[in-house]
Ligand binder design. Structure first.
Ligand code: ZN
Length: 104
């Protein structure tokens, strides 16, 4: 098929024209799709739910899926960062105590 914006020939499956970057109109965005802060926050606290919502919505509601996906991603990163922090602090305390015990 041909891009409706620049007229270049493009792949039939293409959603975005590689020549001009415009949407080809192949995939219509659902009328009720929108970014959702609520789902971002929900996904932040429950990354598993966010991931599921992302997978379920990514075809029909890409904006909502992105909101949920980003929230889940940030939630996972923050969880891992906190986990590492706690891990370091706890091990620091344990080895600190053991170290002191050996010297005294
Ligand atoms: Zn184009």
């Amino acid at each position: 098929m041909y891009c409706t914006h620049c007229g270049q020939q493009i792949n039939d499956e293409a959603v975005i024209c590689p020549h001009c970057g415009c949407e080809t109109g192949r995939k219509r965005i659902a009328y009720n799709d929108a970014k959702s802060t609520g789902f971002s926050v929900l996904s932040f606290f429950f990354p598993v739910i966010g991931l599921i919502l992302y997978l379920v919505w990514k075809e029909d509601y890409p904006l909502k899926a992105n909101s949920a996906g980003k929230g889940a991603l940030i939630g996972v990163i923050v969880s891992v960062a906190l986990y590492i922090l706690v891990y370091v602090v706890v091990f620091g305390l344990i080895f600190g105590v053991l170290g002191n015990g050996m010297y005294y």
